[in-house]
Design a protein around this ligand. Structure first.
Ligand code: KIV
Ligand code: NA
Length: 264
């Protein structure tokens, strides 16, 4: 078991202390991030874009995720390791169980999947079998072709109300954590207050229980030259990468990041 557990994260939520999450894909970054105080390291399927150079996360395989999860596990110093179930890895209950098993056996402590209330059955079966689940809502990049692009979600009242209901349904099904990507801060705050489990945000304002970023983004590394509004470059003014990651941890803990300029 890692030093940081779901119990730790629930206590942080209750005490109002922010949870720091950051993507990691290899052993060296895992070592540096966990030593810097990152509590949850996410092996994101964003690796399809930042490591593999694809224009979406859709080409990422379960084997890719397991390879990087195993590397992160080797460098980890006590953080909770969360691994993404990639595109089409949880379309059926059977697939969700088999593929989550692969990721857990590679070193993950929990898995993350993308979607709404239709995931309730999968989440219930996974948690019943000892696999904690984080449900990623709002902008769900695996559905980019359905959403019509990487766009802010939950802007209108009907969509927003539906997302709050989805969040409650997924918590009731056993979700141990929620992650909100690119939603208006007011909606993120409403969801954070509507559920007891920790809510991590990216592009969702400062009111969630924690924050996550793609590590390449926060180090000023970009493949496309286009940087999302919610990203801050933590390298500026820092002598090296460990210092930049420590600055990110401090900024999340002090609620200095995200600032108003990073919100939608
Ligand atoms: O894949 C990823 O890096 C993610 C985060 C952006 C939340 O899912
Ligand atoms: Na992801």
């Amino acid at each position: 078991m890692p030093d940081v557990t779901l119990t730790t994260l629930n206590k942080l939520k209750q005490s109002g202390e922010k949870i720091v999450c950051l993507t990691a894909y290899d052993a060296t970054f895992a070592h540096v991030e966990s030593e810097a105080g990152v509590e949850v390291m996410l092996i994101g399927d964003s690796l399809g874009m930042v490591l593999q150079g694809h224009d979406s996360t859709l080409p990422v395989s379960v084997d890719d995720m397991a390879y990087h999860t195993a590397a992160v596990k080797r460098g980890n110093k006590g953080a909770l390791i969360m691994a993404d179930l990639p595109f089409m890895a949880y379309a059926t209950l059977e697939q969700a169980l088999t593929n989550s098993t692969t990721l857990m056996q590679a070193g993950a402590h929990m898995v993350k999947l993308e979607g709404g209330r239709w995931l309730a059955d999968s989440i219930e079966v996974l948690s019943r079998n000892g696999i904690p689940v984080c449900a990623h809502m709002g902008l769900t990049p695996q559905a980019v072709n359905v959403l019509g692009g990487f766009k802010v979600q939950g802007r209108d009242e009907v969509q927003a109300r539906a997302m709050i209901e989805d969040a409650k349904a997924l918590e009731a099904a056993g979700a141990a954590m929620l992650l909100l990507e690119c939603v208006p801060p007011a909606l993120a705050n409403a969801i954070t207050q509507a559920v007891k489990v920790p809510v991590i945000g990216i592009g969702a304002g400062s009111g969630t229980d924690g924050q996550v970023l793609v590590v390449h983004d926060m180090l000023g590394l970009s493949l496309s030259g286009r940087v999302p509004r919610f990203v801050k470059n933590f390298m500026s003014g820092q002598p090296d990468i460990p210092a930049a990651i420590r600055a990110y941890v401090a900024a999340v803990k002090n609620v200095e990041f995200p600032a108003a300029e990073h919100e939608f």
